[in-house]
Write a protein that binds this ligand. Structure first.
Ligand SMILES: Cc1ncc(COP(=O)(O)O)c(C=O)c1O
Length: 403
C-alpha cells in the first residue's frame, strides 16, 4: 500500500470517472482585458515594430530585475544566441552547460560554432553541479551557461569559484539561462544581477509573456549596446534614431527584434509580475505541504536563501514503490484530466547530440529523467486545482502501488 487512499478507485484510464472533466494544463498564460487593450492600442499606433514600446518594456524589465539594461529579443532562443555571441564564443571554444534543460540552451552554443560540454546536475534540485563544472573546465572553456531549472537560480558565485579553482582555467563569462526564473532571488539578490549575462524567455508558458519573446539582462553598457546591434542585423543605429537614409552595418547580426505589439503585452503583464509570482509561490507551497511525506513521491529541494519563481514544480516518482514506470503514471494522470508533463529529456540523449557527441553519460540527470513528472503550475490556478492534482496523484499511485 503506497498511495494514500484506503480503497483503490477505478482509474479513468480503465473506464472510471476522471478527477477533472477538463484538462488542467501544466502551463498557461494569464492574459486580462488590460493586456488586450494595451495590445490593441499598439496596433492602432504608428509603430508596430522598432517603435517606442520596446524601449519602454526594456526599462520596465530592467527595473523589475535590478539589471542596468534589458535588451528585448524575438524569443528566448534568439536572446541565448545573443548571449553566446557576446561571450565571445566561437569555433574551438567550449561552454559548460547542463543536460537538464530544453535543447535551446545548448543549441545556442552550437549556433556560434563552439562546443557544449555538459556537467551533471545535483541530485536534490537538478541544478548544474559546481563540482561537475570544475571537472569539465579545459583551457578552451570560455563560458558557463547555467540554467535556473524550474525557477530556482543556482549558486552563481559557487559556479564562478568552481571555474576559478580548476587548473588551466582562463577568463570565463557566466551566462544564466533564466528562462524559468524571472522574479526569483538568491540571498536577496534578484535574477538578472547574479551572472554576467542573464537570458529570459517570454514564451506563454513562462512567468510573464509577450507571445514569443525574450531578453538579455546585463549591467554593462558596452554589452547592451552590442546586443541591440546584434538583434538588428549588426546595424549601429536603430530606425527611430536615424536622421537620414544612411546606416552602417558593422558586424554580422540578425533580425531578432521584438515587435511593439509584443512589447505592449509585456509592459502590461509586468504591472502584475508580483501578483504572478505570489500566486506561483502560494501554489508551490500548497503542493509542498500536501505532498510532504507522500510515500510514492520525492519533492525538489530548495536551497537555503533561494526564493524560486516556480516556473514549474517537478516531482520524482518512487518507482521502487510502484508497479509501473513513469510513462504509465503520466498516461493515467492525463486520463484523470491532469496535464502533467516531463522536463526534460536530457539534452545529450537527443538523436542530434547522440550522433555528434556519442558515449556521453550523466548518471544523475539520466536517473532523474526516468522518474520525473512536471505538475501543473501557473498563475491562473487555484488551491482547489492543486488539490485535484494531489487527489489524482493519490488515486494513481494507489492503483499502481507495488504489491
Ligand atoms: C530553459 C529554457 N531555455 C530556453 C528556452 C527557449 O525560449 P524560447 O521558447 O522563448 O525561445 C526555453 C523555452 O522553452 C527554456 O525552457
Amino acid at each position: 500500500m503506497v498511495g494514500r487512499r484506503t480503497a483503490p478507485v477505478r482509474l479513468a484510464l480503465d473506464g472510471g470517472t476522471p478527477v477533472r472533466s477538463e484538462m488542467l494544463p501544466y502551463a498557461h498564460q494569464t492574459v486580462n482585458e488590460a493586456d488586450i487593450e494595451a495590445v490593441a492600442e499598439a496596433l492602432r499606433s504608428v509603430w508596430l515594430t522598432t517603435g517606442p514600446r520596446v524601449p519602454e518594456f526594456e526599462r520596465g524589465l530592467a527595473a523589475a530585475t535590478g539589471a542596468r539594461h534589458a535588451v528585448a529579443f524575438s524569443s528566448g532562443t534568439a536572446a541565448l544566441h545573443g548571449a553566446t555571441v557576446l561571450a565571445g564564443l566561437g569555433p574551438g571554444d567550449e561552454a559548460i552547460t547542463t543536460p537538464m534543460t530544453f535543447v535551446a540552451t545548448s543549441n545556442a552554443v552550437l549556433y556560434v560554432g563552439a562546443t557544449p560540454r555538459f556537467a551533471d546536475v545535483r541530485a536534490d534540485d537538478l541544478l548544474i553541479s559546481p563540482d561537475g563544472v570544475a571537472a569539465a573546465v579545459t583551457a578552451r572553456t570560455r563560458a558557463v551557461l547555467a540554467v535556473d531549472y524550474a525557477g530556482h537560480p543556482p549558486d552563481y558565485d559557487a559556479l564562478r569559484a568552481a571555474v576559478a579553482s580548476a587548473p588551466g582555467a582562463g577568463p570565463v563569462t557566466l551566462i544564466a539561462d533564466a528562462s524559468h526564473s524571472l522574479g526569483a532571488t538568491r540571498d536577496g539578490r534578484r535574477v538578472g544581477t547574479l551572472a554576467d549575462l542573464t537570458v529570459l524567455s517570454l514564451h506563454p508558458a513562462k512567468i510573464l509573456t509577450t507571445g514569443e519573446g525574450g531578453a538579455v539582462l546585463t549591467d554593462r553598457d558596452d554589452l547592451a549596446e552590442r546586443l541591440r546591434r546584434f538583434r538588428n542585423h549588426g546595424i549601429s543605429s536603430e530606425l527611430a534614431a536615424r536622421r537620414d537614409w544612411t546606416y552602417a552595418m558593422v558586424e554580422l547580426g540578425y533580425n531578432y527584434r521584438l515587435t511593439d505589439v509584443a512589447a505592449a503585452l509585456g509592459s502590461s503583464q509586468l504591472t502584475r509580475l508580483d501578483e504572478f509570482l505570489a500566486r506561483r509561490r502560494s501554489l508551490a507551497e500548497r503542493y509542498r505541504t500536501r505532498l510532504a511525506d507522500h510515500p510514492a513521491i520525492d519533492l525538489p529541494a530548495v536551497a537555503p536563501g533561494v526564493d524560486p519563481a516556480w516556473h514549474f514544480l517537478f516531482i520524482r516518482l518512487r518507482l521502487d514503490r510502484l508497479s509501473v514506470d513513469r510513462g504509465a503514471v503520466y498516461r493515467a494522470m492525463r486520463a484523470e484530466g491532469i496535464g502533467v508533463n516531463v522536463h526534460y529529456i536530457p539534452v545529450h540523449q537527443h538523436p542530434y547530440y547522440r550522433e555528434r557527441y556519442p558515449g556521453l553519460s550523466f548518471p544523475v540527470a539520466e536517473a532523474a529523467y526516468e522518474r520525473l513528472l512536471t505538475l501543473p503550475l501557473h498563475a491562473g490556478m487555484t488551491h482547489r486545482d492543486v488539490d485535484d492534482v494531489v487527489a489524482a496523484l493519490d488515486k494513481v499511485t494507489t492503483a499502481y502501488a507495488a504489491s
